[in-house]
Design a protein around this ligand. Structure first.
Ligand SMILES: *[C@@H]1O[C@H](CO)[C@@H](O)[C@H](O)[C@H]1NC(C)=O
Ligand SMILES: *[C@@H]1O[C@H](CO)[C@@H](O)[C@H](O)[C@H]1NC(C)=O
Ligand SMILES: *[C@@H]1O[C@H](CO)[C@@H](O)[C@H](O)[C@H]1NC(C)=O
Ligand SMILES: *[C@@H]1O[C@H](CO)[C@@H](O)[C@H](O)[C@H]1NC(C)=O
Ligand SMILES: *[C@@H]1O[C@H](CO)[C@@H](O)[C@H](O)[C@H]1NC(C)=O
Ligand SMILES: *[C@@H]1O[C@H](CO)[C@@H](O)[C@H](O)[C@H]1NC(C)=O
Ligand SMILES: *[C@@H]1O[C@H](CO)[C@@H](O)[C@H](O)[C@H]1NC(C)=O
Ligand SMILES: *[C@@H]1O[C@H](CO)[C@@H](O)[C@H](O)[C@H]1NC(C)=O
Length: 485
């Protein structure tokens, strides 16, 4: 069939129309850019100021990236520690941060800089800590702590304060990584020399502050919502008699019971007693153990980590796992997020290819094996579902499917929403690995897997009370990439 050619305007008039549209779009873009610039001028001026001192500081995502600025301004309370060598740089950074975030406060850990003698031992410090606590109580969105470069032994108290008041910690250490032989390479050492030149007062750069672990951290309300969603899914499952029957059968002995002696499902999973608290959630990317873990330095100084520290990311929750031991959210990392995952394919030789908290996992497995040995009654069925320590590699030619959505590098990524009696949080990753392994087997052998329909997805049982929930619609959650100190 002939298209209605006659209806189209002649070529020259079409060009005129196109040119007009193009000009209009251009004008709109310019207007948009101008108004945008106006709003950000102040903070950009500050950032530029900082940039003249440290060539890289203009790149701090919490100053530069609009999505990060928005996330920190509205969704997550952050305590920022300026672990910076030069006074000038520190002042510039502190000013840039406080002008970017209106609801912010600064406190200085050490007021009399340069003097080695602590006047009136600790009094200055206590005033600062009071100042920080005061800001915490007021719920100030961003608290800047400067003067941390000498690592006062009680810097830990500040971290503790941050945790107590539900603040997420962010240590700014701008590529300054001396004090650790081999940390300086290429452009990095050039930058160090540059910093040395500008920091005429102090030739010694601060050493790296290593966190307990790195990861993506959720703000308070997002954590509450995600926990709530997990609980709702668990409740939906509990409406299915088959689920209740199996779950009850494999429940950990000694789990909380209700008045009539049945399992108390509301209290079965809990975050009580974990160092990270009962509300704020996170997805671990690398377990550093305050630098004890092999590969900590490579991780801390990798370009990906340096550039992502203090940047907002959206994580994608594709499902949940419900096992006798753990309740967790399953995450699918995107390519950008995978660069921060502990076993980076391009740097595998630098990393011990083990899961976070490997030792804990090992202990756990041993404990379970012992438990099994002791509780094994004659004639009782032998357990086939073992938590798996390392990530399960994808088989050749694997493609994601509805009931095998992830495997391989990064597939261990999760949020722990709660654990059963006496179970460590690190267990969630091992349980997820084991579920992934069983998914692959089920697909390969075309196994018949018990499958139940939920309102927002599907739940499948992979044996011995180990269930995976597949969401019909993935959930995006805002996070901040940083470390837990
Ligand atoms: C740190 O170094 C990396 C790579 O050398 C660079 O891309 C980044 O902008 C620097 N960041 C800061 C805050 O200086
Ligand atoms: C967090 O939730 C509380 C209670 O629902 C609400 O009052 C507050 O505005 C929320 N905060 C943010 C940043 O959304
Ligand atoms: C640290 O912050 C305090 C409070 O804003 C300020 O008085 C002090 O000059 C700052 N110190 C440096 C080195 O920037
Ligand atoms: C106790 O829990 C069981 C399920 O484990 C439930 O059937 C029963 O109704 C609960 N009883 C009370 C008093 O909540
Ligand atoms: C911090 O969060 C916990 C819940 O995890 C809550 O009970 C506590 O009141 C919060 N503290 C502050 C100071 O907001
Ligand atoms: C992972 O590899 C990429 C590409 O080589 C690199 O840019 C990034 O810094 C690495 N990440 C880590 C944590 O080593
Ligand atoms: C995350 O998703 C929200 C909603 O789609 C979006 O507004 C925000 O810009 C995203 N943030 C990032 C860091 O991609
Ligand atoms: C962290 O390091 C300490 C000191 O080496 C060690 O005792 C501890 O077991 C480590 N923790 C984990 C979970 O690996």
């Amino acid at each position: 069939m002939e298209p209605p050619r006659m209806m189209l305007p002649s070529l020259p008039s079409r060009l005129v129309v196109l040119a007009t549209i193009f000009l209009m779009v251009l004008l709109q873009t310019l207007i948009f850019m101008m108004s945008d610039t106006k709003e950000q001028t102040e903070s950009q001026e500050m950032a530029t100021k900082a940039a003249t001192l440290d060539p890289g500081s203009a790149n701090y995502p919490f100053l530069k990236d609009p999505q990060t600025v928005k996330y920190i301004s509205t969704q997550i309370k952050v305590m920022i520690f300026l672990h910076v060598a030069s006074d000038k740089e520190m002042s510039a950074l502190a000013q840039a941060i406080t002008s970017t975030y209106k609801d912010s406060a600064t406190c200085c850990l050490k007021t009399s800089r340069g003097s080695e003698v602590k006047p009136f031992g600790g009094i200055v410090y206590h005033r600062c800590q009071d100042q920080i606590e005061d800001s915490c109580k007021k719920g100030v969105q961003v608290i800047v702590v400067n003067g941390t470069e000498n690592i006062p032994s009680d810097l830990q108290d500040c971290f503790t304060l941050a945790h107590r008041y539900n603040y997420t910690t962010l240590v700014v250490q701008p590529n300054a990584t001396s004090g650790h032989p081999g940390a300086a390479h290429g452009s990095h050492s050039e930058l160090m020399q540059e910093t040395l030149r500008t920091a005429n007062a102090k030739p010694k750069l601060p050493t790296i502050l290593y966190p307990f672990f790195y990861g993506w951290f959720l703000g308070f309300n997002i954590s509450v919502d995600t926990l709530g969603f997990g609980k709702t899914i668990f409740k939906e499952c509990l409406q299915q008699p088959k689920f209740v029957e199996i779950f009850t059968k494999y429940a950990i002995p000694g789990s909380p019971r209700n008045a009539s002696g049945g399992l108390d499902f509301d209290r079965y999973f809990s975050l009580e007693g974990f160092i990270t608290g009962t509300t704020l959630l996170h997805c671990t990317s690398f377990f550093s153990n305050y630098s004890e873990r092999a590969g900590s330095q490579q991780y801390a100084t990798s370009p990906a980590v340096r550039q992502a520290t203090g940047r907002a990311f959206n994580l994608t929750v594709i499902g949940f796992l419900i096992t006798p031991r753990t309740l967790g959210a399953r995450i699918r990392l995107n390519d950008q997020e995978l660069l921060l995952w502990e076993t980076n394919s391009s740097a595998t030789s630098d990393f011990t290819p083990v899961g976070a908290g490997n030792n804990v996992d090992k202990t756990m497995q041993q404990k379970q094996l012992q438990h099994l040995d002791q509780s094994q009654m004659p004639g009782q069925e032998i357990s086939t579902f073992y938590p798996i320590r390392d990530e399960v590699p994808c088989p050749k030619g694997w493609r994601p499917t509805e009931f095998s959505p992830t495997c391989g590098r990064g597939s261990r990524a999760h949020l722990t929403l709660g654990t059963g009696k006496d179970v460590e949080a690190v267990q969630t990753g091992s349980d997820l690995n084991a579920i992934i392994q069983r998914e692959l087997e089920a697909v390969a052998k075309k196994e018949d897997i018990l499958t139940l329909k939920l309102k927002s997805g599907t739940v499948r049982c992979y044996g011995e009370g180990n269930w995976a929930v597949y969401l019909d619609k993935a959930l995006e959650i805002g996070t901040l990439f940083t470390g837990w100190y």
